[in-house]
Design a protein. Structure first.
Length: 129
């Protein structure tokens, strides 16, 4: 049994399979999930697990070189906007509809139980060397 880090076996395995340039959508409970990407659905009840908890866990294990979030996050969910701006090295903002389109190319989607709007980010994996 793992001692620390991501304990969910489906998520841990999916994270281990990611490579440089792959994208991971971390999303709230309401984000439409496109067909195609592997999905690890962690949503339990509204708010659990939270976007921040899942994002923190992923960022502790992934090398992330960039992220993309919806422009609307600034007005609809300023706390999440601040979190992303502090956590990601290169963060871009696009309209929410564009983020939904971009998410179709994700290698992995991690759905949280987050119930606050626009708590979504598309992470681009980097490399550790």
């Amino acid at each position: 049994m793992k001692r620390s880090g991501i304990l969910n076996r489906h998520l841990a395995g999916a994270v281990a399979a990611l490579g440089h340039g792959d994208t991971v959508l971390v999303c709230d409970a309401g984000m439409p999930i496109p067909p195609g990407p592997k999905v690890v659905d962690l949503a339990f009840v509204a708010g659990v697990p939270s976007f921040v908890d899942v994002l923190d866990g992923l960022l502790a294990e992934l090398v992330v070189e960039a992220g993309t979030a919806a422009t609307e996050i600034h007005t609809a969910n300023p706390d999440a906007a601040t979190l992303l701006e502090r956590s990601l090295p290169d963060l871009n903002f696009v309209p929410h509809d564009d983020l939904k389109s971009l998410s179709a190319g994700a290698r992995l989607v991690v759905r949280t139980g987050e119930a606050r709007p626009y708590a979504n980010v598309l992470l681009r994996c980097g490399v550790f060397f």
